[in-house]
Structures are given as C-alpha cells and as structure tokens.
Write a new protein. Sequence first.
Length: 206
Amino acid sequence: MKAHAPTVFVVDDDGAVRSSLRLLLKSVGLAVSAFDSAQAFLDAYSQLWAGCILLDVRMPDMSGPVLQQQLTLRGSRLPVIFITGHGDVSMAVEAMQKGAFDFVEKPFHDQELLDRVHRALAEDARIRCQLAEHETIRNRFDSLTPREREVLEQVTRGSSNKVMAYDLRISQRTIEIHRSRIMEKMQAPSLAQLVRMTRSMTTSGG
C-alpha cells in the first residue's frame, strides 16, 4: 500500500489561524488538510499519511504535546512543527526533546514558517525513502533459503569460504554457489554492499 500524497496537516482550534495557514500553504502549491481539534485529527489519522503536521501547543480537551504522544504510540513518523505563543516556548522545547521536528513562535513571518514546513516535508520524504529501502532489502532477505541465510551470516562475519565449509560441513564449491545465489537474490553489486544491506536490517529493527 502506498502512502498518500504529501500533505501539511494543520491542527488548531482557532478558525482564523486555520484559514490563514491554509491560504499561505496553498499559495505555494502545498496540499493542506485542517482539523479543529487534536481528537479530530487522531480520529482521522492513517499511517499511510505523508507530509508533516503544524500543531498548536495549547488546545482544549487535548493539547498538542498530548496528541504528539498519542501519535508516537501509534508509530507515526510524521514530522511535527509546533505553533506556540511566547509563554509556551518551554512546552515546545520539551516536545522537541520527545521527538518533535521543530517549533515556530507566534507571531511568525510567513517565509520562516514555509521554510520550516519545507524542511519537515523533506525529512518525511527522506524517512519514507529509507523505510521503503529497508522493506525492499527485507523482502530480498526473506527469499533466501535457510542454508543461504546461514552462509550470509558467516559472510557478514568475514569468514573465508574454507572456514564456512568447515563450520557448515559442506564443500567450498557449494559455499561458492550459495554465495553467488545470495548476491543475486539480494541484488548486491559487491560484498561490501551486501554487508551494508545486512547491517541496515539490523539497525532498522529488522
């Protein structure tokens, strides 16, 4: 399933703010979807959404930081930019320590806000590209036979064919065949790239 088109999600209980932000963002060709409460956004949220969130810090019923926590629990990777009044800067800083992407203080310059939004959109695209790459590598790994996975594990340790043949109790020629098939299935142009692929699965939780 593919992610939706990148969208800037505006979450603010102030109708005038929502309208002005929608106009500003649309004026530079950005897709916008606005919500009047954190709960409304949470109710509609989909993991397929791509883009970023412009989120007001102070809202009735559910604040911006609480929404951020709820989204984190749901595995959301959408970058969050908090919109904050002067008295709420400390809350925004704390939210950034918990994973928010950025915050902008009212009143803000239009270009300042747009610059931050574009950086957040670029970060979201980078993360999604990285996740797609990891998924591709995982699918290739899943196509390996149990024996090929054993050989791959030894390869990434730097074991020689002779050592692998001894450890796995098979001939060096069979090891060579397995290595060739592993390189083909993983679509690795080099041994170094194969090692990087395997390590990327480990570091991404695969």
